[in-house]
Each structure stands twice: as structure tokens, then as C-alpha cells.
Design a protein. Structure first.
Length: 268
């Protein structure tokens, strides 16, 4: 029986042929280019620009730091998994995504959507923590289903976005949400294509759609993070007015969005 750390001991294998371009990297494009570009560069860049918002504590510097660390770990574990295709790598890749979602839900899930039995953010932390522990243990039961379960969480996030957009009249917010959904649709289409149509892509010698998934989902996160921050400010800092901005310019085809806050009006 192979070790859980052994190469190709994972229960899943993506469409890209193994060890074609390197003797030590199983899936070269899934490992080097895409994971490094998407999670280790794009997402921290997004968080860094968010931290430049005024005032210094805007949107919670500590919360952003936790999310940034989680996303960096997700990128590193993804690279390790695709490099080795090991059982441990598979679980680390999937669980790091689960834990990142848990961090995001814990800090930014709107209190108005809490279950009726949950009265405070502290209680919600406990609920999220217990749910994450149970989900982590269940991940070991049938690891091949983990990726499908994690992708299904996106539908709940899209539902929450739709609920928030119904309350918002800012055209910039609606446009950013539309761009985020566009990148997500392209990403999930690439993921499903790689998983279900591998025979076709291998027949035409183009088995790289999972590598596209890495880049496209990172692009979706690039727009998702400030959108979540925008909604969070409306709930947690009602005296401030959040505004979406783009770096380096609105006219660029690909930009880094971030949140700025207008100072509150003085009250007599």
C-alpha cells in the first residue's frame, strides 16, 4: 500500500498528462504557472490595495490579514497537490479552501442572515467553527466528492450577492458583481470541462482547462473580495459611505478593485 505522501496516491487526477515537462512535477501547468500566478500574486495584490483604504481600520485590517494568509496557504497547498498528486496534497488543497471559506463566513457573513438561534457574532464564530470541524472530518470519508461539495458553496454565495444587490442602487456595485459572476462562470465551466470532457481535450492535445480554472477563479476572487467588504461596511460601519474604486484606472480592461470610505458627517 503506497504512503499517503507518495506521488500519485491521490484519489483524483486531472486531465493534464503527468510528468511530461518535469520528472518531479506531475502536472506542470497546474503547479507552476497557474497556482503561482493566481493565488500567490493576484489575491495578495487585491488584499494589499484594500488595506490602503481610509481610515486605517477600514473593513478590518485583522480580518483581511487572516483571509490573505488563508488564500496564500490555499495557493501553496494547491501547488503541492498538483506537483505530487499525493493523498495528503489532495486533502490539504481541499481543506485549505474549506478553511478559507470558514474565515470569510466567520468575519463577513451579514448578521441579518444569521439563524434565529444565533444572536451575536461570537455565537456565529462557534457555529462556523463546529461546522468546519465536522466538514473537515467528513472530508476524509470520500475525498473524491470534496471538490464538488466546495464548488456548490458558490451557489450560496451567489444567492447572498443577489440578495444584497436588491438593496443596492449603485451601478458600480452591480457592474462589479456582474464581472465577478462572469469570471466565476468561465472558471466553473473550465473546471467541469476538465473533469467531464477530458477524453475530448486529450484527443486534441489540449488538456489544460484545470490550469485555466486556477487563473479564472482568482480573477473572480479579485472582484469578490472588495464586493464583500463593500457590503460589510454598510452593515458594520453605517456612518461611513463605501465607494468602489479601480487601480490603476477605470479605463483599463483588467483592474484591481478596492474600497474607499467617505468620512462620516459631523453630527451636532
Amino acid at each position: 500500500m503506497p504512503s499517503i505522501f507518495s506521488y500519485q496516491s491521490a484519489e483524483v487526477d486531472w486531465c493534464e498528462s503527468n510528468f511530461v515537462r518535469s520528472a518531479v512535477i506531475a502536472e506542470y501547468y497546474n503547479t507552476d504557472g497557474t497556482s503561482l500566478f493566481s493565488f500567490l500574486l493576484l489575491t495578495p495584490l487585491n488584499s494589499l490595495v484594500l488595506e490602503g483604504a481610509e481610515p486605517p481600520r477600514a473593513c478590518g485590517r485583522t480580518e483581511i490579514c487572516h483571509l490573505k494568509v488563508s488564500l496564500l496557504l490555499a495557493g501553496l497547498f494547491s501547488m503541492y497537490f498538483h506537483m505530487t498528486l499525493s493523498y495528503v496534497g489532495q486533502l490539504l488543497d481541499e481543506l485549505s479552501i474549506l478553511w478559507t471559506l470558514a474565515v470569510a463566513y466567520s468575519f463577513w457573513y451579514p448578521q441579518c442572515y444569521f439563524p434565529k438561534c444565533i444572536k451575536t457574532r461570537r455565537h456565529f464564530f462557534w457555529l462556523t467553527g463546529i461546522t468546519t470541524v465536522i466538514s473537515t472530518l467528513m472530508s476524509f470519508v470520500k475525498p473524491t466528492l470534496n471538490a464538488y461539495a466546495l464548488n456548490c458553496i458558490a451557489f450560496h454565495l451567489l444567492y447572498l450577492t443577489w440578495r444584497e444587490l436588491k438593496k443596492c442602487n449603485d451601478k458600480r456595485v452591480h457592474r462589479m458583481a456582474a464581472v465577478m459572476v462572469m469570471w466565476w462562470v468561465l472558471a466553473i465551466t473550465s473546471w467541469i470541462s476538465d473533469r467531464w470532457l477530458c477524453w475530448l481535450w486529450q484527443a486534441i492535445n489540449f488538456p489544460y482547462f484545470h490550469s485555466f480554472w486556477h487563473v479564472l477563479i482568482a480573477m473572480s476572487l479579485l472582484y469578490c473580495c472588495p464586493l464583500v467588504i463593500y457590503f460589510d461596511v454598510n452593515y458594520e460601519m453605517p456612518s461611513f459611505k463605501p465607494k468602489l474604486e479601480y487601480w490603476p484606472s477605470d479605463s483599463w480592461p483588467v483592474v484591481v478593485p478596492y474600497v474607499t470610505l467617505e468620512k462620516p458627517h459631523k453630527q451636532c
